[in-house]
Design a protein around this ligand. Sequence first.
Ligand SMILES: C[S@@+](CC[C@H](N)C(=O)[O-])C[C@H]1O[C@@H](n2cnc3c(N)ncnc32)[C@H](O)[C@@H]1O
Length: 295
Amino acid sequence: MKRSDYPKLSKPLSMQKLGDWLAGARRALSALPQEPATSLYALAAHTLQQPAYWPQAHPEYELAPDQLETLEHMLQQLLAGEPLPYLLENQSFYGLDFFVNDQVLIPRPETELLVERALNWLGQHPHARLAADVGTGSGCIALSIASHCPQVQLIATDRSFQSLLVARQNRTRLTLQERVDLLQCDLLSSVGSSIDLICANLPYIPSAKLETLDVARHEPLGALDGGPDGLRLIERLLSQARSRLNPNGMILLEIEYSQSESIKTLIWSYFPQASVTIMPDLNQLPRLAIIETGN
Ligand SMILES: C[S@@+](CC[C@H](N)C(=O)[O-])C[C@H]1O[C@@H](n2cnc3c(N)ncnc32)[C@H](O)[C@@H]1O
């Protein structure tokens, strides 16, 4: 049974108190074992503009009709499989809050590994001045790096104008307009040379595999589809990076776990001198290609 096939709830006319609504919503949500009941508290806190703990502490609160209507609408969307961060318009990433909508990939904890490595490398290379985040989406990688590393200027690119609008909103929230440039282009095509560090979490899921994944039903395909083998965009990026990266630069690429061997062959065909390390993510799956390009 697909998530969207779940029966719609009849309108809960008698549920006026928050505690009653939460109890009914919990029963409805039990049809989706993968969705934790805490999602309901988050929806309630968001709708009622209260802190996270508040809904649990105030079951006696009388919901106004418009609040009840909003909560019911969100519950239906959740039951239909809409990811919670899109409903909350928020996702935490590397200790910061990012505005998200359905035009961008929801930032994943796995990608924090890439940011951590980038900051680590920048810390060891205090003369590095320019970093690029290719396929920036919500801007989570570029903006996290910029907020934690004052020495560096960033260029964040995306081919999707809608994504860049989201990134711009996050850049304003974090007051990083002076440090992060947003650019609509194909990969690095409109970026000049002299980049010290390139970070990219590009679409890397092979097209055929994508059809089998639930994520493709809710998040933008343009953020996920990496072509027949998942490596088409990464290969083009490596090709563009050759003339733009400074000697002894660094490239950090998020990859699919099945690509850990094929990516090395690809990297060495563009950067024969490179030292390549593949790091595992929190689930011990290969996730990050760390490329020190050499001279
Ligand atoms: C997997 S999402 C990653 C978003 C964000 N960096 C993150 O880590 O959450 C990939 C992003 O690459 C962008 N993208 C896809 N093809 C691109 C291209 N040819 N040039 C620039 N950006 C591209 C998509 O629009 C999407 O925002």
